[in-house]
Design a protein around this ligand. Structure first.
Ligand code: C5P
Length: 410
């Protein structure tokens, strides 16, 4: 199997401006994430930012000289603010201080960063800002007025987050973490194959309790379902993720509903399904559960006899959603240990879904890589071995094409 590892931000150019704030250290990490994903990054910083982090660090991380003065003679035509913004796919100010946000709101341009933000072509170079300031500064009506003005001007506000601040106070105003900003930037730069669509996704294992301390579960990590949720959000969809017990961070911009067992997953999914255009069932739902749930821990009685645990079948969530009238576009998953194609074909017919995605369970559970076999009424197609994030993006694109074929107006 061949692996085409494509970098998510290959060919993208980001203009990254820092204004003054402790959060400058997070921006150093963000530059690493962006360049690792294939983006080129041009860093600009204000005089205040230079008090918090050196240009040396940022130059080393971005691989390009950092610009901080509009009088920098290195630009042949001495118009860095024009040249740089013409080639960028996105301009991000992170951290954006309260003062810098005020400047942007007023359209002032008395140093290189604000000058570039004002001079950028708004149609090709969207602006995003990641506020970073003390909670009182963030809550101040002047800042809120300025932020509202930026939104009205078409600027994306990323965050801020809440929590403990450098000053020791706790509240809103922290800059988002580098990984969170990275996710938001990926979403801003991704093609919007699923704009305006609503997707419902199940992910992870279920846990079927035997008694208060034991239960039946499986090795599903939820990684594939979470990657699909993230890719779908990047593609512009409104995503609801119903997750079994997993240790994964919620993808940015995704609504998450946590459940434990199959019945709870069924109860969460069924009322939501009719409001969604697509349902993707990646969860490894337990087929059976203990028929009764002991209220107290089952104890050994010393006889050597193991308890008999009677089992009953769980509701089939995917088949139930597929039986709705009309159903959303349903995508099932099949984690098999052998005869993948045969089982995937049979499962697609049994569940009555247009698309069934087969994969080898023991090879994928908990792993970061996988390979997918897409089985539909016409035949099958493989998405070759790759990291789950890449597979998820390819699957999302495939589903978007199918939706478009079903309804070319969509
Ligand atoms: O029957 P099996 O568990 O192999 O089918 C797998 C597919 O059906 C997956 O898409 C899974 O999420 C879904 N499923 C379900 N509810 C169940 C069992 C499986 O939605 N009770």
């Amino acid at each position: 199997m061949s692996e085409t590892s494509f970098l998510q931000l290959a060919g993208k150019h980001v203009l990254l401006g820092l204004s003054g704030g402790i959060a400058c250290y997070k921006t150093a990490e963000l530059i690493r994430l962006l360049t690792k994903a294939g983006a080129s990054v041009q860093v600009m910083m204000t005089e205040a930012a230079e008090q918090f982090i050196t240009a040396v660090t940022l130059q080393a991380l971005s691989g390009r000289p950092v610009l901080s003065s509009q009088w920098d003679a290195r630009e042949p035509n001495n118009m860095a603010h024009i040249n740089l913004s013409r080639e960028a796919d996105l301009m991000l100010i992170a951290p954006a201080s309260a003062d810098f946000i005020a400047k942007l709101a007023q359209g002032r341009a008395d140093e290189l960063l604000s000058l570039t933000a004002l001079a950028r072509p708004m149609g090709t170079c969207p602006l995003a800002v990641a506020p970073a300031m003390n909670r009182e500064m963030w809550a101040h009506p002047a800042t809120q007025r300025n932020v509202a003005q930026l939104i009205a001007d078409g600027t994306q506000i990323l965050g801020p987050g809440a929590g403990e601040q450098a000053c020791g106070e706790v509240g809103d105003g922290r800059m988002l973490e580098a990984a969170e900003l990275f996710e938001d930037i990926c979403a801003m730069l991704a093609p919007k194959h699923l704009a305006g669509k609503k997707l419902l996704i199940t992910a992870g294992p279920t846990f079927e309790p035997i008694d208060p301390v034991r239960g039946i579960t499986n090795h599903s990590s939820g990684k594939m379902g979470f990657a699909i949720a993230r890719a779908a959000r990047e593609a512009g969809a409104e995503v609801t993720l119903v997750a079994g017990p997993v240790h994964l961070a919620t993808p940015r911009g995704v609504r998450r509903i946590d459940v434990q067992n199959a019945q709870q997953m069924f109860d969460a999914v069924l009322p939501l399904a009719p409001q969604n255009e697509v349902f993707i069932a990646t969860a490894a739902v337990a087929d059976w559960r203990p028929a009764s749930h002991a209220q107290q821990k089952i104890k050994k009685d010393g006889s050597g006899a193991a308890p008999m645990i009677a089992m009953c079948e769980n509701p089939d969530i995917l088949a139930s959603v597929a039986a709705l009238n009309p159903p959303p576009f349903c995508v099932g998953f099949a984690a098999e240990s052998e005869k993948l194609l045969e089982h995937a074909r049979a499962k697609r017919l049994r569940k009555n879904v247009p698309l069934l995605v087969g994969n080898i369970g023991p090879a994928t559970f908990g792993q970061d890589h996988n390979a997918l076999l897409l089985v539909d009424a016409r035949g099958e197609r493989e998405i070759p071995h790759n990291d789950k994030a890449s597979l998820a993006r390819q699957l999302v694109q495939d589903i978007a094409q199918r939706l478009h074929q079903t309804d070319p107006k969509a």
